[in-house]
Design a binder for this molecule. Structure first.
Ligand SMILES: [Zn+2]
Length: 167
């Protein structure tokens, strides 16, 4: 019984941790999902990992830095590269962050959320996604990846030396 309660408590703690991922500077999260011909990748990163600051821009230099970050993230083909054989075409990039017009978190820590979508002519050939984020954003050190596709779920970690997630 004791063991059961411990297991239940531990499971619950893990579930809560999953629901509210930690905001860790230097780290970002990617959620990759395949649904039929559609590939969807959600990126969530502390602004510190991309910008070096998390407050709303205060001067022209900081506004310029925000615009430059957004422009780089919108280049889907440089940020994320799905398996070439799957013949995926980018169908959209959406960015959301307090620095792009929104409310700042009370604690002063702010994230950027991005959503990338592709339509793939041969989704069965999707085997991996490589990221160029480490080259574009040197403050970014690690990416925690969660994947869900027709073959099941997987998780992994990427860094500058290992920028490709395979399944
Ligand atoms: Zn922060």
């Amino acid at each position: 019984m004791k063991q059961f309660i411990f297991g239940l408590f531990f499971g619950l703690t893990v579930a809560i941790a999953d629901a509210a991922p930690a905001h860790v500077h230097g780290e970002a999260r990617l959620e990759i999902s395949i649904d039929g011909e559609q590939l969807v990748i959600a990126l969530e990163s502390p602004l510190d990992s991309l910008l070096g600051f998390e407050h709303l821009p205060r001067d022209a230099g900081e506004r310029q830095a925000v615009e430059s970050m957004a422009a780089k993230l919108k280049e889907a083909g440089k940020v994320l590269v799905p398996s070439a054989a799957a013949q995926c075409a980018s169908t959209g990039v959406e960015l959301e962050s307090p620095v792009l017009g929104g409310k700042s978190e009370p604690g002063g820590h702010n994230d950027l959320d991005a959503r990338y979508t592709w339509r793939c002519a041969k989704p069965e050939a999707l085997r991996d996604v490589a990221t160029g984020l480490f080259g574009v954003f040197p403050r970014l050190q690690r990416i925690v990846v969660e994947f869900a596709g027709p073959l099941g779920q997987r998780a992994g970690r990427l860094d500058a030396r290992n920028p490709r997630f395979s399944w």
